[in-house]
Design a protein around this ligand. Structure first.
Ligand code: AQP
Length: 350
């Protein structure tokens, strides 16, 4: 194998030989938060009706790259499945499953551990953020996370991956791995997957700090809206959301340099399937004390039905497990022949 770093610029028709297929996943850590919903799940639902095969995964093996209490992991896995279903993902239209049930993900990840270069992974900003100052004490899994993510996608020959902005660098690495594998073995076997990062909510920011993304694992619960929050909690979190003292700008350009204001406008636009321009046309020049209650009302109207449906679904964990198991069986019918062919290309006798 060569050590050359590959370029990201592939011809636009590089995937023409591959059947279009969508794959994405979310980690079952803590509770689904508004950024996951607007940046990912809501867009998964939009893509479900597009006539392209869609696979949506609960990436439990990614979750354990940082410590997870076992009982919490089990609960979070079922809760995320409930979140998918409550948001409108339909097991008759999409393949819904959890990663650990399809062993081809980890088998292909090992091959990719041997394709990706240390230097590539050393550049991953998410590893640096999550490992913090104590890198020596981070798990090997956290370092190799992007290789498993590449395997998640490529074990289905997926061509499109809807994600939030924070996953862009990992997607670029998945593309590099696909290109390097194809070059090393002289094949056109893996597609070069395209990230789909679209809409006004590709990076929902923390409600406490407009320079940090909203995250399930932020130590401050006030920094995020959880899909399990009740109406009073949602209203309180928006009321206390950090803002500056100025009223809302009269134009979208006027939000430049005001990350907290921009974030609340974007959240309103994404929840209402609207645009930042339309929100400013309605609320420009008004104070946050007027805007925040409207935002809370909209969030409650959109999210309450989801959280009620999630609670209802969570009362029947056996049914959730049945959906995930059936999805995994379908997923394996795609993944197993792709892994087999990968082993053949590499020269592994199976
Ligand atoms: N703040 C965000 N805005 C828009 N999209 C977001 N996503 C995450 N946060 C935001 C998108 O949600 C999908 C699933 O993310 P993940 O669970 O795999 O991990 P993450 O990106 O690290 O998300 P979290 O919430 O910050 O989880 P923890 O705290 O467990 O690491 C991805 O498509 C992501 O882009």
């Amino acid at each position: 194998m060569t050590d050359a770093v590959q370029t990201h610029s592939t011809p636009s028709d590089a995937n023409a030989a591959f059947k279009p297929r969508v794959f994405s996943g979310i980690q079952p850590t803590n509770h689904l938060q508004l950024g996951n919903y607007l940046g990912a799940v809501k867009r998964f639902v939009d893509m479900q009706g597009s006539g392209i095969e869609t696979l949506y995964c609960i990436v439990d093996l990614h979750a354990i790259t940082v410590w997870q209490d076992p009982a919490d992991l089990t609960r979070a896995t079922r809760e995320l499945a409930a979140g998918y279903l409550a948001s409108g993902l339909d097991p008759a239209k999409s393949i819904l499953f959890n990663q650990a049930r399809v062993p081809e993900h980890t088998q292909l990840a090992w091959v990719f551990n041997c394709v990706a270069r240390m230097g590539w992974l050393n550049r991953m900003t998410q590893f640096k953020d999550k490992a913090g100052k104590n890198r020596e004490n981070a798990s090997v899994g956290l370092f190799a996370y992007p290789n498993l993510m590449a395997a998640d996608i490529l074990t289905y020959h997926a061509t499109k991956v809807p994600v939030g902005e924070d996953q862009k660098q990992h997607l670029e690495l998945a593309r590099d791995i696909a290109i390097k594998f194809n070059n090393d073995f002289g094949v056109d076997f893996f597609p070069v997957p395209d990230p789909i990062i679209e809409g006004v909510a590709t990076r929902v920011m923390s409600l406490r700090d407009g320079s940090k993304k909203m995250s399930k694992s932020d130590p401050s619960d006030m920094s995020r809206i959880n899909l399990t929050d009740d109406a009073d909690t949602i209203a309180k979190k928006f009321r206390k959301a950090k803002t500056d003292p100025e009223p809302l700008a009269e134009t979208v350009e006027g939000l430049a340099g005001r990350p907290e204001a921009r974030n609340l406008v974007n959240i309103y636009a994404a929840l209402g399937d609207s645009t930042a321009e339309a929100v400013i046309a309605e609320f420009g020049g008004r104070s946050f004390s007027e805007f925040k209650p409207k935002l809370a009302d909209l969030a409650v109207a959109k999210l309450s039905p989801l959280s009620s449906e999630m609670s209802r679904l969570m009362q029947d964990p056996t049914e959730i497990d049945r959906v995930l198991e059936a999805g995994a069986e379908r997923a394996r019918t795609i993944a197993a022949p792709i892994l087999k062919r990968t082993y053949d290309i590499v020269g592994i006798v199976t």
